[in-house]
Ligand binder design. Structure first.
Ligand code: ADP
Ligand code: MG
Ligand code: ZN
Length: 473
């Protein structure tokens, strides 16, 4: 049986965070009453003329620059025709012949994934199923929301590389602020194109496309699952059909939706109502020079500036919410390593356990730095800190000092109180004491544990240790 290699190329649609739509002044805000954010332009009524949104071009250019693309000084819009009830014009304004950005790249797990192009286009509406009338209704609010479509070369080979490429692209775009990149709300949507081929072959196999996969985890599972299906087909001597498929994450399998259309099926032609877009070098360079610090750069800076491991830096910078929390906490409490440890440990574990993503975090830098300050200042110990953090992670806002007081988490550091406990522990267990004195040093840990237990975990460990040693020797 030959060994197979998986080949993946991505098409990623990202909604740009402009206030108004790409060709009209309608609001892009999420939600709102159905069909309340529409006008003759985004409904495609006869005679209505589109006007290109400057902010959308600005965001698209920044995205291209952040993903290492070259920016076309002259680009053009085209009509892509298809009929679907969520597309009232029966064509989408997109870019085919002269896209805005080309030839970029992003690094994922040491693999360079080339970006073929990034073009601008408008989003379509949404179909809503109405359970009362059992009818399908059209909501056009999303028609005309600006999108960029990022198209990669077929450069990924594994589920891990694919997930990481999406994560890196998402991190860069959300750091730029050009999109909120919320996969669960559909502001970043990933189509996975996948084929398999015998290892060593240089020709691409026939691919399928799985549309709109809405979480990083499901992207990984979709790549693994679809590759396995294709390999099985080939092993059974069946052909792979070029298809659009739907990935069903709960079943862990993809099902066929339709045979895939080719570019010529869309009868593309230049959009006559939108003038070609001309950008000057100055305008492009202005955008380049005002880019914020990008994840790639942070990844290199964190180990140097904060002494973090490369691994920790890699995890923190791949999520905007995490690196913001980290940088602000580090600045406030002056203890970057501590901040990173808490985030990499307790915070990520809590998110994982709840199946939440970092952008759902409510923990503020104020709270985290206060916890770190209280622990390093000897007010609470590690257990106490853990307890406050757990409470903070499930509250919208938490007054750390109040919480410590209300739950009596402050350490017992008072010399005479500690002395008293040590005396009790030593008196209560002469056997262990004798064992320790005869050289069994391990017993020390046990006696420390007993004393800590008597203090309900709130003893100052360093002082307690010193007092216990004294008592035993
Ligand atoms: P289409 O015009 O049908 O959208 P494209 O040539 O634009 O096709 O490619 C779309 C995406 O599919 C790109 O991300 C590309 O890398 C990927 N792709 C193309 N051919 C293959 C293949 N044989 N296997 C895997 N991915 C592919
Ligand atoms: Mg395409
Ligand atoms: Zn409109």
């Amino acid at each position: 049986m030959p060994q197979y290699e998986t080949v993946v190329g991505l098409e990623i649609h990202v909604e740009l965070a402009t206030k108004s739509k790409i060709f009209c002044g309608c609001s892009t805000a999420f939600g709102g009453g159905q069909n309340t954010r529409v006008c003759p332009v985004c409904m495609g009524l006869p005679g209505a003329l589109p006007v290109l949104n400057r902010q959308a071009v600005d965001f698209a250019v920044r995205a291209g620059l952040a993903l290492n693309c070259s920016i076309a000084k002259r680009s053009m819009f085209d009509r892509k025709h298809y009929f679907y009830p969520d597309l009232p014009k029966a064509f989408q304004i997109s870019q085919l012949y002269l896209p805005l950005c080309a030839d970029g790249w992003v690094d994922a797990l040491g693999k360079r994934v080339r970006i073929r192009e990034i073009h601008m286009e408008e989003d379509a509406g949404k179909l809503v199923h109405d359970p009362w009338t059992d009818a399908t209704l059209a909501d056009f609010n999303r028609c005309g929301v600006p999108l960029i479509e990022i198209v990669t070369q077929p450069d990924m080979r594994t589920p891990e590389e694919t997930v990481e490429a999406v994560r890196q692209i998402r991190a860069a775009l959300s750091m730029l602020g050009v999109s909120d990149c919320k996969m669960q709300e559909g502001s970043l949507r990933v189509d996975v194109n996948l084929s398999v081929r015998p290892i060593g072959s240089t020709e691409l196999g026939t691919r399928t496309e799985m549309k709109n996969i809405n979480s990083l985890k499901s992207i990984g599972r979709a790549v693994a699952g679809e590759a396995a299906r294709q390999i099985e087909q080939i092993e059974l001597g069946k052909p792979i059909i070029q298809q659009t498929r739907r990935w069903d994450d709960s079943k862990g399998a993809s099902t066929a939706m339709r045979s895939k259309e080719d570019a010529h099926d869309y009868r593309y032609f230049p959009e006559p109502d939108v003038a070609p877009l001309s950008l000057t070098d100055e305008w492009i360079e202005e955008r380049r020079s005002s880019l914020p610090e990008l994840p790639e750069h942070k990844r290199k800076r964190y180990p140097i500036e904060y002494g973090l491991s490369e691994y920790d830096a890699g995890i923190l910078v791949s999520e905007k919410a995490l690196c913001e929390l980290f940088e602000r906490t580090a600045a406030q409490c002056g203890k970057p390593k501590e901040a990173a440890n808490w985030i990499m440990g307790e915070v990520l574990a809590a998110l994982n356990q709840r199946g939440e993503s970092p952008d759902q975090l409510t923990l503020s830098p104020d709270v985290l730095s206060r916890i770190i300050a209280m622990q390093s200042g000897g007010v609470i110990n590690r257990n106490g800190a853990r307890q406050v953090l757990a409470a903070a992670l499930s509250a919208d806002a938490l007054d750390v000092d109040e919480y410590v007081k209300a739950n009596q988490l402050a350490m017992v550091g008072d010399e005479s109180a500690l002395q008293e406990i040590v005396r009790r522990v030593v008196d209560a267990d002469p056997d262990s004491v004798a064992a320790y004195r005869s050289g069994k040093e391990k017993v020390f840990g046990y006696l420390m544990g007993q004393a800590m237990k008597a203090l309900k975990g709130k003893g100052d460990p360093n002082r307690l240790k010193a007092l216990l040693k004294q008592a035993l020797e």
